[in-house]
Ligand binder design. Structure first.
Ligand code: KIV
Ligand code: ZN
Length: 526
């Protein structure tokens, strides 16, 4: 192990090889339960990823729904640098639709996949090994006739016998695949096994050097990042990952962890990426907000506590020399220390600067709305902390496109029941009002919402957090709703806990409406 500041670290960086970063937050990440994103949100995420230096952005799964198709084409049209990939099953219609969606990209890619493991072939696809080999040759050829850049993935590669996997990879390369992705779809592999798999495939498959090999790891055993790095050691030069590790089940390898591991441990991992790591925090906050997926406090790199030093010994060391307990600087991942406290006298300029420091770049209208809400908050709360601002802006970004909005709420609560709520909502521009009673004020509010927006969804989670300390702290409420096996989670923030509860419930209903429109998607992808 080499000290982070030693010269040999820079020596190895000079001799390092390039690893390309393929971000799939907008495809595999969005497959995470409750993480459905609006088109405008996806465009914002894609812009940050492109700005950050991500090499390939997987923008969605065009055949899954009209919304996905639109998102992939809009991102393809607007993205300046990154390759834009769309996902397609090994089906003619999928590939054609995907080709259409990425058509306007400066650098389009079709990413097509088929399962190769015996368990998938037998139980899911009902196909023989020979049939799958034929499918690979046919579909990769079709994709290559549409674009020059074709990625082929062997779904469940890590549970596929190596001899058969070699034959599949050979067929894909022969048909023109330029990238070969060997995913650990179910998060089963151990690092040494994953590394060995890449070594063997690259040694045994004829013309293996004509393709770039890629890792794609899920985190079911908490090994996604370790496996991804092991795959790179085994010869892979593309890493598929997501911001905050968002993704199916336990998620995918976290982009920020892969990037910072490569950057910090260049002494034993002599590879480099083009990622501007100072944008990692901003990307993490944006993705967390638009996908309604909170980042755990102790999450590596981007968690709230990732650079917090609580114990006396650590604080003492930090004061003497930060390197005693920090292997990378907060600034290197975009965390800035600031003493600017916001209050009711802070002006628009200071507000904008502060948001920029926190990683938010809002368009003029959104900035104006957020400023009005900040002034309102500052009137009600003496000191507005960074966390307050983040909750407020997240709320603003996420709810900008809502069809249902809270207009007014009056609650009668206390020991003398019945508790009741008088609620006015704006639904697609029309104001509607209802008064309801309930077993407590939250129940009364939710009953009023149910009366105005009739639905069959079941409340699965209701959680309240204080955003900061103090009795005047903002409350952040999370609500999860389930309908037909699909779940959505959304948050609402306000100094009044009951208003926050109403906002969170309404936000979940907004997400549910969007999800209904694209419910086909989850049935399709892996
Ligand atoms: O995990 C997986 O195998 C996938 C493929 C579609 C690449 O996401
Ligand atoms: Zn995946």
């Amino acid at each position: 192990m080499t000290d982070p500041a030693s010269p040999s670290r820079f020596e190895s960086a000079r001799n390092s090889e390039s690893v390309v970063i393929f971000d799939t937050t907008l495809r595999d990440g969005e497959q995470s339960p409750g993480a459905t994103m609006y088109l405008e949100d996806k465009l914002q995420v894609a812009e940050v990823l492109d700005h950050m230096g991500v090499d390939i952005i997987e923008a969605g799964f065009p055949i899954a729904s009209e919304g996905d198709f639109e998102a992939v084409s809009a991102i393809a049209e607007r993205t300046k640098n990154a390759v834009i990939a769309g996902l397609a099953r090994a089906i003619e219609g999928d590939i054609a639709r995907c080709g259409e969606a990425v058509r306007k990209a400066r650098r389009p890619r079709i990413h097509t996949f088929v399962s190769t493991s015996p368990i998938h072939l037998q139980h899911q696809m009902n196909k023989s090994e020979a049939q799958v080999l034929e499918i690979i040759a046919r579909t990769v050829t079709q994709a290559r006739n549409l674009v020059d850049d074709v990625e082929w993935s062997a779904m469940d590669a890590t549970r596929t016998p190596i001899d058969y996997l070699c034959r599949c990879v050979e067929a894909a390369i022969r048909a023109g695949a330029t990238t070969i992705n060997l995913p650990d779809t179910v998060g089963y592999a151990l690092p040494e096994e994953y590394e060995a798999m890449f070594r063997q495939i690259r040694e045994r498959v004829p013309d293996a050097d004509k393709a770039v090999f890629s890792v794609h790891c899920h985190d079911d055993l908490g090994l996604a990042v370790a496996n991804s790095l092991a795959g790179v050691r085994g010869g892979a030069r593309q890493v598929e990952c997501t911001i905050n590790g968002l993704g199916e089940r336990a998620g995918n390898a976290a982009l920020e962890e892969v990037v910072m591991a490569l950057k910090t441990r260049g002494d034993s991992l002599p590879y480099h990426t083009e990622i501007d790591s100072t944008l990692l925090t901003r990307a993490s906050k944006l993705v967390s907000a638009v996908s309604s997926s909170p980042v755990q406090f102790n999450k590596a790199i981007v968690g709230r506590n990732a650079f917090a030093h609580e114990s006396g010994i650590h604080q003492d060391g930090m004061l003497k020399n930060a390197q005693t307990y920090e292997i990378m600087t907060p600034a290197s991942v975009g965390v800035s220390k600031t003493s600017l406290v916001m209050g009711k006298h802070s002006g628009r300029h200071a507000f904008k600067d502060k948001l920029r420091e926190l990683g938010y770049e809002l368009a003029d209208n959104a900035l104006h709305d957020a400023f009005v809400r900040f002034k309102d908050l500052a009137d009600r709360k003496k000191v507005v902390y960074d966390e307050d601002l983040m909750a407020l802006v997240d709320d603003e970004i996420v709810h900008a496109h809502d069809r249902i909005k809270l207009v007014d709420l009056t609650v009668f609560a206390g020991t003398k029941g019945p508790q009741s709520a008088a609620l006015t909502l704006d639904i697609d521009g029309t104001h509607v009002t209802h008064q309801a009673t309930g077993n407590g004020p939250v129940d009364a509010i939710f009953n009023a919402i149910q009366a105005l927006v009739p639905h069959g969804a079941v409340l699965e989670l209701f959680q309240v957090h204080a955003v900061t300390k103090g009795t005047d702290a903002q409350a952040e409420v999370s609500v999860r709703l389930a309908e037909d096996g699909k779940t959505v989670t959304a948050k609402g923030a306000d100094p009044d806990t009951l208003v926050a509860a109403a906002k969170a419930y309404i936000a979940s209903l907004n997400k549910l409406m969007m999800k209904r429109g694209k419910s086909q998607r989850d049935a399709l992808a892996g």
